[in-house]
Design a protein around this ligand. Structure first.
Ligand SMILES: NC(=O)c1ccc[n+]([C@@H]2O[C@H](COP(=O)([O-])OP(=O)(O)OC[C@H]3O[C@@H](n4cnc5c(N)ncnc54)[C@H](O)[C@@H]3O)[C@@H](O)[C@H]2O)c1
Ligand SMILES: [Zn+2]
Length: 351
């Protein structure tokens, strides 16, 4: 088992390895006295791992309630948030109880937000079961639901008390859902680690999964420790996300988060190259890494279809927006441009 420490205002541990889920209660019990736990999972994950998680927590002395909802991004909304909060209230959960998110990023974001606002904030733990959740959404404390107007438009910064990442659970992931996580892993490579990028570009890194997850979590931890509230350096983690979120939303979420980010990353890299901020070889290397992992790089929509949605991006400040652009593999920068120049800048990649 590997353990990473996240140095947020309230530090916590990320446990990564095989066979962690059956031990999650025991590990949690080392720093937490028994309490009630609302275990939230979507229907797919509940059927696969719900019993194991309940058993693990109960044998360590925690008392578990199960909350199950339909899988998919469509559940990351205010209605499901309200249902989860009302379930905790109906069960009489108090401020000394906690929530647990068993699943992918949808479950983590929804449950984390519920924990952030239930009785003005209770503790929660993350039990990620997708590659994406393991390396990204379970760490860092960004929680949210989508509004009809856009992705993640209501949320809170609320760090988990611990993350238990059982690599065994990733074995049941369909290939395309595993690939969604690879898009975020490639993002970390482009941002901060050319060696990680090279490994991912081979399209064959499963034998080194624990090391890859640990390295991604470590990179994320560095950005979070410096800028927990996303006011500066942490914004770099949004590489590919400005366009990615618009593509996801415009597709009515038929294009997944990971695929949206893959396309967003490719587009921004080609725009960066066209404007002379990086070499064309950098953009081409990013395309190669993504396609080697079964990810798309071409945007299926016209620029004018999605440009309007960028208005909702959380990196917009009045009439300017910060874009994360690659300078080289392993190095990115923020480019601050006026909103009225955005379409021109992006047009380079929409031929
Ligand atoms: N909070 C953050 O920092 C952050 C970072 C990145 C992404 N996100 C969010 O995460 C979400 C995407 O996360 P995701 O890709 O994990 O999606 P997801 O949670 O919808 O999971 C994808 C699918 O995989 C299934 N699944 C999960 N674990 C499984 C397993 N072990 N075996 C078989 N099937 C399994 C789920 O039922 C679901 O249908 C988006 O909403 C995105 O905005 C948040
Ligand atoms: Zn993401």
């Amino acid at each position: 088992m590997e353990t990473d420490n996240i140095q947020a205002a309230r530090p916590y541990k990320v446990h990564i390895g095989r066979g962690i889920l059956p031990k999650a209660g025991e590990l949690l019990r080392q720093n937490h006295k028994p309490c009630r736990i609302m275990l939230a999972a979507d229907d797919t994950v509940d059927a696969l791992y719900g019993d194991t998680a309940v058993e693990a927590l109960e044998k360590a002395g925690f008392s578990v309630c199960r909350h199950v909802f339909a899988h998919g991004e469509a559940s990351k909304n205010m209605e499901q948030l309200s249902r989860l909060l009302e379930h905790m209230a109906a069960e009489g959960f108090s401020r000394s109880d906690m929530a647990a998110a068993l699943g992918g990023g949808v479950t983590g974001d929804l449950t984390g937000f519920a924990a952030a606002v239930y009785q003005r904030g209770i503790e929660y733990i993350q039990l990620p079961t997708t590659f994406l959740a393991a390396i990204d959404s379970s760490v860092g404390g960004k929680t949210a639901v989508d509004l009809p107007q856009g992705k993640n438009q209501a949320g809170a910064f609320w760090q988990p008390s611990a993350v238990f990442c059982d690599i065994d659970t990733l074995d049941t992931l369909p290939a395309e859902i595993f690939a969604d996580g690879t898009a975020e892993a490639v993002k970390y490579g482009v941002l901060a680690d050319a060696e990680l990028f090279a490994l991912l570009s081979s399209g064959d890194f499963k034998s080194e999964l624990a090391a890859v997850i640990s390295r991604c979590v470590e990179i994320k931890g560095i950005f979070v420790a410096e800028d927990e509230q996303d006011k500066g350096k942490r914004q770099m983690l949004n590489l590919g996300h400005t366009l990615g979120h618009c593509i996801e939303q415009y597709s009515n979420y038929s294009i997944s988060h990971g695929r949206g980010v893959a396309i967003g990353m490719s587009v921004i890299a080609h725009c960066s190259a066209a404007a002379g901020y990086c070499g064309r070889d950098t953009a081409e290397a990013i395309d190669k890494a993504l396609t080697a992992n079964g990810l798309p790089v071409l945007c299926p929509y016209a620029i004018e279809d999605i440009a309007g949605l960028i208005q909702n991006d959380k990196k917009r400040r009045g009439d300017r927006i910060s874009l994360v652009i690659p300078a080289a593999i392993g190095e990115c920068r923020l480019l601050d441009i006026p909103m009225n120049e955005l379409s021109g800048f992006l047009a380079a990649a929409f031929r």
